[in-house]
Design a protein around this ligand. Structure first.
Ligand code: SF4
Length: 339
């Protein structure tokens, strides 16, 4: 596999009246061609700021990229002019947002909205763009494509609008699709359909996808690799199978315990993660999860844990992975045994 995107040591801050918020701290990851990488974490974990920085959507000021590189096909996106970035956005990298109603133009027919990018980026004639727009409506599973082409967003259901957004995002055959909580506003059935659609499109078009979510259930269903973010940092990352089988960070354990088990014979209580994330005006010197972690040791408060390598491509920033740390039972595995 070849790296399509490589984010290296990214640091992003926002200046506010209260001081500087360190929203993304030393984040590094890559995305290969045609793979789905999920970034998961609570609100404020830095996942959306990370992808917005990739798309050049951070308002500066108050935002500022303080350090790092974002290499897309070996070009640093942070060094491109606005014009160069504009060319890449929509043609090589596209984004789907959580709420299609705020991203779709309510006064414009869906078909015309799909055509826009095709005419601007792909230089298609009006007739060709129309043919392609109808094809895209069909591709994302919207029935009666010809008829739907002429309708407005308010005539579409929530799931259909999200499909239309995906059609717009994929119309120019991007190499990378960034989907920021694309199913959060949808009910479970439609959510499953949209996720299936994304997986299917990835197979058909070989588009790589970065999927932002707060839901590990969605990750398990969709992604190949996962990055768990907390307080602006990557705390655990690895292949989905490996990380679900052998999670090695107490925060990941907490996230996994809060996934509802729809197959369980009896109703089990979901376990919330007590407490709240740290203040990112002055993040703690040590592990940012320490105030919420029942395993916190002295070293956790004074020293930032390094990224311990657990297995190939599997890393965890937790002192419990140090050979000198006391042995702690993996809570998720223990829970599975009890069932
Ligand atoms: Fe808990 Fe310490 Fe691991 Fe942080 S480094 S998650 S405080 S055990």
């Amino acid at each position: 596999m070849t790296n399509l995107l490589e984010v290296k040591n990214l640091e992003v801050s926002f200046k506010t009246f209260g001081g500087e918020v360190q929203a993304v701290r030393n984040v590094s990851f890559h995305v290969d061609k045609g793979e789905i990488v999920a970034i998961v974490g609570e609100s404020g974990s830095g996942k959306s700021v990370t992808v917005q920085t990739i798309m050049g959507l951070i308002p500066t000021p108050p935002g500022k990229v303080k350090n790092g590189e974002i290499l897309f096909q070996n070009k640093d996106l942070l060094k491109l002019s606005k014009r160069e970035m504009q060319k890449i956005k929509g043609s090589k990298i596209s984004m789907v947002f959580q709420d299609p109603m705020t991203s779709l133009n309510p006064t414009m027919r869906i078909g015309k909205q799909i055509e826009e990018g095709l005419i601007v980026h792909q230089k298609l004639s009006k007739t060709e763009a129309r043919r392609r727009a109808v094809e895209m409506i069909r591709l994302v599973g919207i029935p009666n494509a010809e008829e739907r082409y002429n309708q407005y967003p308010h005539e579409f259901s929530g799931g259909m609008r999200q499909r239309a957004m995906i059609a717009i995002a994929l119309s120019c055959n991007p190499e990378l699709l960034i989907a920021d909580e694309p199913t959060t506003a949808l009910d479970v059935t439609i959510q499953a359909q949209v996720l299936d659609l994304m997986k299917d499109l990835k197979e058909k078009t070989n588009t790589a996808i970065i999927l932002i979510t707060h839901d590990l259930g969605v990750v398990a269903e969709t992604a190949e690799r996962v990055i768990v973010m907390y307080a602006g940092m990557m705390v655990e990352s690895g292949r989905v199978n490996e990380l679900f089988e052998n999670p090695r960070h107490p925060y990941t354990w907490g996230l996994m315990e809060s996934i509802p088990d729809t197959n369980a014979a009896h109703k089990s209580r979901l376990v919330p993660i007590e407490g709240s994330p740290p203040d990112l005006f002055s993040p703690p010197k040590g592990c940012p999860f320490a105030p919420r972690c029942k395993y916190a040791m002295e070293i956790c408060l004074s020293e930032m844990p390094p990224a311990f390598e657990i297995g190939e491509g599997h890393h965890s920033r937790c002192w419990l992975n140090d050979p000198r740390a006391p042995k702690v039972e993996n809570e998720v595995a223990a829970g599975r045994e009890k069932q």
